[in-house]
Write a protein of this length. Structure first.
Length: 419
């Protein structure tokens, strides 16, 4: 049986969600991130904005200089994750072998599905139409005999692309590309190859494994030797065991007051917990990121004794890290994240248990003072957090009192997507 893999990539995902939710934005340059005149960077942008030279991670001031008439919107990570889950769930209707690689990408093993859906290209068209019909979004699909080539093929003809690499024509496909088109071959690697006189994929393929490894190192050499021959280097062979979930906030002005930083940490912890529930993963380590006014950046992490079940647990660990690492200097940006492990079973929230647990019941108490066993209390807290999560998914606002700004509080800058 011939192996067939699809690589599915949601086109300009964040911006496309905004244009789908608000059709008046279609055809306009949509730029997501900080607002013009504020600190921050571009988190994502539409293809219309890219024609002006706007790119992700670009300072928002530069984006505005290039595209002053763009539509600038804040990041809505909860909404993007909600749509992502809808799309990924749909993919499982075509194959049980789905590996989600990021919020907007997935690799599908479609081997043996031809009897169900038809030839691969016909199946890809059905998949594209289904996503468009159910979500209003477009996807680009690459088809190839292995996951790596399918990933590269998905970039051809974007947006709304469909590109098959036929078995036996892998080398022909690769020789029509440039070195920069190879996934995993970055600017530094290409610079080193150019210094060595290697300027094309065919040039690189002409070198022996020993020669490439002597020039680039054992690991990089083996990777390059495989990919220029159309072989899967194994980057997707094992499903990713862990990844990080994080959110950051760039302040409108540098912050020196601990209370303002505390509110920011709590808000970021709430967002991280939402995504932890949304992606159905367990967690092992909380980390923070601090960027001072002079752009000096530090990170710190703390292993948890057990997986967190509430945002307050993440918040407590993050605040402990903040107090241990912060030197009192002015903070420009703060981030909170968590290292997440393998996907956990989907929760089954029970709405009627929303008020079973008092979230402040054991704050500040020792174990001997608690009125219920710790395990039972944690179970209640977990159910409440899951229920609040379900309420948020329905579009209903749920905000902790400690996150509400009091009169006289300075405005807070928009957050940006954690990387």
């Amino acid at each position: 049986m011939q192996s067939v893999f699809f690589h599915v990539d949601l086109d300009a995902f964040f911006a496309s969600v905004e244009q789908s939710d608000n059709p008046a934005l279609r055809g306009k340059p949509v730029i997501i991130g900080a607002a013009p005149g504020h600190r921050g960077v571009v988190a994502a942008c539409s293809y219309e904005a890219r024609t002006f030279g706007v790119r992700s991670a670009m300072p928002i001031s530069e984006a505005y200089r290039r595209c002053p008439k763009g539509v600038y919107l804040p990041v809505r990570m909860e909404r993007y994750h909600e749509v992502s889950i809808n799309v990924m769930t749909l993919l499982y209707e075509f194959t049980p072998e789905v590996r989600q690689l990021s919020v907007d990408e997935a690799s599908l093993d479609m081997s043996g599905t031809e009897r169900l859906f038809g030839p691969p290209v016909e199946t890809a068209r059905k998949l594209k139409e289904r996503v468009r019909r159910d979500t209003g979004l477009t996807i680009s699909v690459g088809i190839a005999p292995n996951r790596y080539l399918a990933k590269i093929a998905s970039e051809r003809g974007k947006p709304d692309g469909l590109y098959p690499v036929e078995p036996g024509k892998e080398i022909e496909f690769l020789d029509g590309l440039e070195l920069k088109d190879l996934w995993g071959v970055g600017k530094k690697t290409r610079g080193r190859l150019t210094e060595l006189g290697v300027t094309s994929i065919a040039d690189l393929r002409s070198r022996s494994l020993e020669e490439i490894q002597s020039l680039m190192g054992m690991g990089s050499g083996a990777f390059l030797y495989s990919v220029v021959r159309g072989e899967d280097p194994g980057v997707y062979r094992e499903e990713r065991k862990s990844h990080s979930i994080s959110n950051e906030q760039t302040f409108e002005r540098d912050i020196e007051a601990e209370e303002e930083l505390r509110r920011a940490v709590l808000g970021l912890s709430e967002r991280v917990m939402f995504r932890l529930l949304e992606e159905r993963v367990t967690a092992k380590t909380v980390f923070i990121k601090l960027r001072y006014a002079d752009f000096h950046t530090i990170t710190a992490q703390q292993a948890l004794g057990h997986p967190p079940v509430t945002a307050s647990e993440i918040d407590r660990a993050a605040m402990a890290l903040l107090r241990s690492k912060w030197n009192g200097g002015a903070i420009r940006l703060i981030g909170v994240g968590i290292s997440a492990e393998v996907r956990a079973p989907a929760p089954t929230p029970r709405q009627n248990e929303l008020f079973d647990a008092d979230l402040s019941a054991d704050e500040g108490r020792g174990a001997s003072e608690r009125t219920e066993p710790q395990a039972a209390e944690r179970s209640k807290r977990k159910r409440l957090e899951e229920t609040v999560h379900q309420i948020k998914l329905q579009g209903k606002p749920v905000v902790k009192a400690s996150l509400l700004e009091t009169k006289g509080d300075p405005p807070r800058g928009p957050g940006k997507r954690g990387q």
